[in-house]
Design a binder for this molecule. Structure first.
Ligand SMILES: C[S@@+](CC[C@H](N)C(=O)[O-])C[C@H]1O[C@@H](n2cnc3c(N)ncnc32)[C@H](O)[C@@H]1O
Length: 194
């Protein structure tokens, strides 16, 4: 396991109420233009900071597939899912490069705060491309290396959005948009193309 992988004993940090002030999920939902009925993969979902509001945004006709390599993290998410909302969230324990989903399974493949933890990002992108529909989108959100690290991983673990754009291009994605989001993060989007 990569030494960069998030320590599950620190999972409480992902749910600190103050986090909403510096990384508002609603701002991310707007930037992604999430639509009702969409099927979204949340890779590295952790305790569901994004998966739960995404499930509300896509509604009963949509679906969120929350994937994480650590079952302890998914267990914390499982406990938060209200029985009434459970119908549109599915939990899968898997590594980024070996996802137990058929091809062309999702409209949006989202990764938040996990990109810098993945040891083989090219393999993860190939897997994302496989599970995305032909017209699907990938969105990568991660920590800015150019702001003081009051939170998050050490500065030397952080990657630039430009490097994500280059890796997406090398994996065959079509370039999309790039912006900062919240106080400490960047968001890069690209399309799967055909
Ligand atoms: C820092 S947490 C972020 C959780 C959530 N996305 C958020 O922003 O609140 C990173 C999560 O990614 C998971 N993870 C790390 N490497 C992974 C990999 N290669 N495949 C799947 N999940 C991974 C970790 O177990 C952890 O739960």
């Amino acid at each position: 396991m990569s030494e960069k992988r998030f320590d599950a004993t620190l999972a409480y940090r992902l749910d600190l109420p103050e986090r909403i002030t510096w990384l508002p999920p609603q701002e991310v939902i707007r930037a992604l233009a999430l639509e009702a009925g969409a099927t979204v993969v949340d890779l590295g979902a952790g305790t569901g900071y994004f998966a739960l509001p995404f499930a509300l945004a896509v509604g009963a006709a949509g679906r969120v597939i929350a994937i994480d390599a650590q079952d302890e993290m998914l267990e914390l998410l499982r406990r938060k899912i209200a029985p009434s909302a459970a119908s549109n969230i599915e939990l899968i324990c898997a590594e980024a490069d070996r996802i137990a989903l058929p091809g062309s399974a999702c409209d949006l493949f989202f990764l938040a705060n996990v990109w810098h933890e993945i040891p083989d990002r090219a393999a993860a992108l190939a897997e994302a491309k496989r599970v995305l529909k032909a017209q699907g989108r990938i969105a990568i959100l991660d920590w800015r290396p150019d702001v003081e690290p009051e939170h998050g991983p050490p500065i030397e673990h952080r990657l630039t959005p430009a490097s994500a754009v280059a890796e997406l291009g090398a994996a065959g994605f079509q370039s999309g948009s790039q912006r900062n989001i919240g106080k400490y993060s960047w968001l890069v989007q690209a399309t799967a193309g055909v």
